[in-house]
Write a protein that binds this ligand. Structure first.
Ligand SMILES: [Zn+2]
Length: 336
């Protein structure tokens, strides 16, 4: 115990007391891609007592370039990310209670999934679930650390309920789905998520040991340009979440899926979108798969999956009855 953490307890910010506090902490990591794997491996090694890792995806070859916990065996074994992460990390530190959960986090299950947590860490790739984390964090007074990385840039902010601005103060409404880049459309190089995940890990350590120097700014980085900026974010006076209105948790926004009976297809509804521009969407999707459209529908085929998208943002994902898979594909390629 002492040997394992000796280099960390020597560090004044942690010390023996901080190490004890880490050991008594319970964290929930939502999303286990590049950010999530960095955060999970660092905090399990650091000796956080209980770690829950939630992710809805399987591992694919294009994940290995940046998702440090996974390897080719995991792909051959067709393991979900949450399970592969749990298996690898149990070998790293058997004294930590690690639980991988394969689930699509949404407004119906998030309260149960984060219940009792001391801290939530964001390893997500979509905005919808971040607004949900924000609501649940404010409602139950659980701090969370936002992180996002794409292309060569990234950003992070720490949200302490009742003290700092919240995520909804930062982006007062959902971003326009057509302007949100995703790793599947814009690409990403590993240093961007590695640095953001590491900053999130440091914030997590500070919160868990009770340090008084929590970062209250939005930090943005660009690893290709070598830039690092702090932006002061003030609480927004009209922020619904800060006023106790948890609209995302109530399920007012976001994606809805329904399995289409007898059709082997799933319909995805997005209440955020009023009108899609097929021209703009097709330009984003063109490098990724086969895309064509007329004025009524857009057809998109990627990795053997076919989606039909309608101008109101509705989509039908064909040849599946798996709603979580359909929701995932929609979030990846159309946006949230
Ligand atoms: Zn707010």
């Amino acid at each position: 115990m002492i040997d394992r953490y000796s280099r960390q307890t020597l560090f004044g910010g942690i010390g023996e007391e901080g190490q004890r506090r880490l050991g008594n902490s319970y964290i929930v990591i939502i999303g286990c891609g590049a950010l999530g794997t960095i955060i999970a491996t660092s905090l399990v090694r650091a000796g956080v007592g209980r770690v829950r890792i939630i992710d809805r995806d399987f591992i694919e070859y294009h994940n290995l370039q940046r998702q440090v916990l996974f390897d080719e065996d995991d792909i051959r074994n067709q393991l979900p990310k949450a399970i592969a992460a749990e298996r690898h990390l149990k070998k790293v530190n058997s004294s930590v209670e690690i639980q991988g959960i394969v689930a699509d986090v949404n407004y119906t299950n998030i309260e149960r999934l984060v219940s009792g947590a001391d801290l939530i860490l964001d390893g997500l790739d979509n905005f919808e679930t971040r607004f949900l984390i924000n609501d649940v964090s404010l409602k139950y007074k659980i701090p969370w650390v936002y992180g996002g990385a794409i292309s060569s840039f990234g950003m992070t902010m720490t949200i302490i309920p009742g003290e700092t601005a919240c995520f909804r103060c930062l982006c007062s409404a959902m971003p326009d789905p057509q302007v949100v880049l995703t790793c599947d459309t814009a690409g990403v190089i590993s240093p961007a998520p590695f640095i953001i995940g590491s900053l999130q890990t440091a914030e997590a350590m500070k919160i868990l040991v009770g340090a008084n120097n929590i970062n209250r700014d939005l930090i943005t980085i660009d690893v290709w340009e070598g830039t690092f900026h702090h932006l002061k974010i003030a609480p927004h006076e009209n922020c619904p979440a800060c006023q106790g209105k948890y609209e995302f948790l109530e399920g007012k926004f976001g994606l809805r899926t329904t399995s289409l009976c007898g059709q082997n297809a799933v319909q995805v509804l997005n209440s955020k979108i009023e009108r899609l521009s097929f021209e703009e969407l097709a330009a984003i999707l063109k490098p990724l798969g086969e895309v064509s459209y007329n004025e009524f529908m857009l057809w998109f085929t990627v990795d053997g999956r076919e989606m039909i998208v309608f101008p109101d943002g509705r989509a039908i994902v064909k040849n599946t009855t798996d709603e979580s898979l359909a929701r995932g594909l929609y979030a990846k390629y159309i946006g949230t």
